[in-house]
Design a protein around this ligand. Structure first.
Ligand code: UT7
Length: 324
């Protein structure tokens, strides 16, 4: 059976580190509050690099790890809600900047923090169907561009970063075993970022600021419940038990959400990969960034069952199970 195997991972974060102590000088907060409520100690912030540049660097790192030429890629999908432009898509810029072939499909997916798993789901289906052979899937977000740096409720939570995988259609037992993607737009007001566009002579839309808004507490509760449910759905689909999971790589939003999700599943803490202390919530970047780090550290071994789970604005949520 044809499966999409991950043959290379890559990531990139901007070099500038902003520690909790730096934020103490910007808003009424403390390292103690941020650490105890979220687990975040520092984050990376892009001070000159753009979404397209960061996505391109990430893509090049993933291609290098896969050991293939950009000419072999026949599909590019980017999960992002902080593109550099409304159009062209980030994926089109990546296609041009890495030197991929003319004519291959390249497009972005908007699913906030679930963006990478949404993109992975689509690429997996194209590969399984035999339409494409090698896909580049990227998650990238620069939330420093959309948070209100005067709002302590949100600015302390996010960071900039990206990760990517190269998928290859291969016969065998390893690769993506399942993906599940979901949404419930009734919850849109819990977490959103309005678009600030000038009103036209025909439509006098009042201008509002385009900062991210979040009802943190409500989002927290739905996230914990939903992430547990989608993990269970993924395990059931594959006939797996929690004990079969070698590593859980969750969306890195809040240590308390991650721990509560693992507790609901009955998964021991040592089987969770966490790096949000260094990067904060990088939205669509968070899962592939954590995956790349885990791969580089040698945490993942051949045959391991890796469970991925995400939750974000929309609300959207998603899972993937991979046999390494
Ligand atoms: O990425 C996908 C989706 N996003 C998430 O999953 C995020 C979900 N939500 C969360 O992670 C948490 O709800 C937060 C970390 C955002 C907030 O934690 P919380 O335990 O839910 O705190 P809270 O919102 O109930 O606020 C508690 C208190 C409030 O003060 P009062 O009203 O009790 O006096 C806030 O004003 O903490 C205050 N507060 C802060 N204090 C210091 C809020 N932000 C800060 C801050 N520093 N940065």
């Amino acid at each position: 059976m044809m499966r999409a195997s991950i043959i290379g991972t890559g990531s990139y974060v901007p070099p500038r580190v902003i520690k909790n102590q730096d934020l103490e000088r910007m808003v009424d907060t403390s390292d103690e509050w941020i650490t105890s409520r979220t687990g975040i100690k520092e984050r990376r912030i892009a001070d000159h690099e753009t979404t397209n540049e960061i996505a391109t660097k990430t893509a090049k790192n993933a291609l290098k790890a896969a050991g293939i030429s950009p000419k072999e890629i026949d599909l590019i999908i980017v999960g992002t809600v902080t593109p550099e432009m409304l159009f062209p898509s980030t994926a089109c810029f990546v296609q041009a900047h890495i030197g991929a072939n003319r004519g291959i499909p390249a497009f972005d997916i908007s699913a906030a923090c679930s963006g990478f798993l949404y993109a992975l789901d689509i690429a997996d289906k194209y590969i399984r169907a035999g339409v494409n052979k090698k896909a580049l899937v990227i998650g990238v977000d620069l939330f420093s561009h959309i948070v209100d740096w005067k709002d302590r409720n949100t600015c302390v939570l996010f960071g900039d970063g990206a990760g990517a995988v190269v998928l290859s259609g291969e016969k065998g037992k390893s690769g993506i075993l399942s993906t599940h993607i979901h949404a419930d737009g009734h919850y849109w007001k819990m977490l959103y970022t309005p678009l600030c566009i000038a009103s036209s002579p025909f439509h006098n839309k009042p201008l509002e600021n385009s900062f991210l808004r979040m009802q943190g507490n409500e989002t927290f509760k739905v996230a914990v419940r939903t992430m547990g449910e989608v993990c269970q759905e993924a395990l059931d689909h594959n006939g797996l038990k929690v004990e079969d999971v070698s590593l859980l790589i969750p969306h890195q939003a809040n240590m308390r959400i991650i721990k509560a999700t693992a507790e609901r599943l009955g998964l021991p803490e040592e089987k969770i990969y966490i790096n949000l202390d260094k990067y904060g919530n990088t939205s669509a970047g968070s899962i592939p960034l954590a995956l790349d780090e885990a791969v580089k550290k040698g945490v993942i071994k051949k045959g391991d069952i890796i469970l991925f789970v995400a939750f974000g604005g929309g609300f959207t949520w998603a899972s993937a199970v991979v046999r390494w």
